[in-house]
Design a protein around this ligand. Sequence first.
Ligand code: DSN
Length: 443
Amino acid sequence: MPYLNKTDLKMAALIKAEEKRQNETLMMIPSENHTSQAVREVVGSLLQDKYCEGYPFKRYYQGQENYDKIEDLCRERVKQCFRVPYCNVQALSGAPANLAVYFALLKPGDKIMGLRMDQGGHITHGLKVNVSGTFFNSVFYHVDREGFIDYDAMEEIALKEKPKMIIAGITSYPLALDFKRFSAIAEKCGALLMADMSHVAGLILAGVYPNPVPYCHIITATTHKTLRGPRGALIMVSDKGLRADPQMGERIDKAVFPGLQGGPHENNIAGIAVALKEAQKPAFKRYGRQIVKNAAYLAQCLKDGGLKLCAGGTNTHLMVIDLQEFKVSGNLIAEALEQGGIVANRNAVPYDPNPPFYPSGIRLGAPAVTSRGMKEKEMKLIAQLIAEIIRDIVSIKDKSGLTLEDEKKKATRDKIIAKSAVVKKSKQKVRQLCARFPLPNSY
Ligand code: DSN
């Protein structure tokens, strides 16, 4: 950063520190990933300086000759990659993309149906505190006591509630969705079917996750998770969607701009195009396959280490450890793991008796560590470290006689973690591991 180093030392130091953090720790939040240097060059380029309100060849500002081509190239790559006839690449991220779909295709007060947020859904799938649950009337499908989506119950609820739109999408459900069943249910109750494939877009491209396109009318996705692009989102309409409503594409364009947004972030759109080119290489298919293999092996090793996983494991990129038996909060364990070099996040487990801010689970994913080139051998080591940290922290906490209520104080959690020699050792081992797998610059 030759210029920043001259103009803003404070910011330069913060970025350097973040580089060090990413280098020396394991990024195991399943919605994060390491972009290539090419993607970062494009996002940080002078493309960021331009206003481009409107759509290619229909803009409201002059000076668009390159931006029209850039956005068109991105749209063409999306269409090629996902085999869809229509897409919009301007939504700034996943939440605005989903809101644009609702705004385009529903009326305020219409009913939508998504997976319960506390069982693996997303805030924008109808959570009551989100705009999707306040401007629209939301109902939910759920998982059973074993953690599997209860498709029979979903059908019953859908037939009774008659939602206008069903959302097939997840943020922490560890198993692949049955889009065929979703589609049959949506057809029976006359609903539009939207897949939010934010987490799994890269897996779909790699051919290791069921493709929602033949079954859904609309497909949304963020671009910065398994797709390994910059922050942004795609809204796609399938042939099925256009058959149901030939104007669906135009409605979505209008909902994004001028409905919800002003100028698109063309630097990010260009970065998405570059990431899609990377994703079209044969190596991306190998990457996707390895993510799924790594996640499955990590899950198996965690179970071998005596941990319980929601829905019994994973056949995707993510998993959730159920901590209920240890009477410990996800907060304490997530913070201990972080101190041990493993960056994951606390998460609700289905039917969690504890509140969402102090949930009983830990969500983990393999996309970013797989981008660093790690394989099964490394997953085994990571699983061992995770299991050892959990056991040690629980034992320290139990010996101190602390309750879940005590754990709500950050200072108490810090004290417990500071006592753990296992956490300290893990930090060193993770550093050594990371040194063998430097952050990638290209794919
Ligand atoms: N925040 C994302 C995730 O972590 O899954 C979803 O929007």
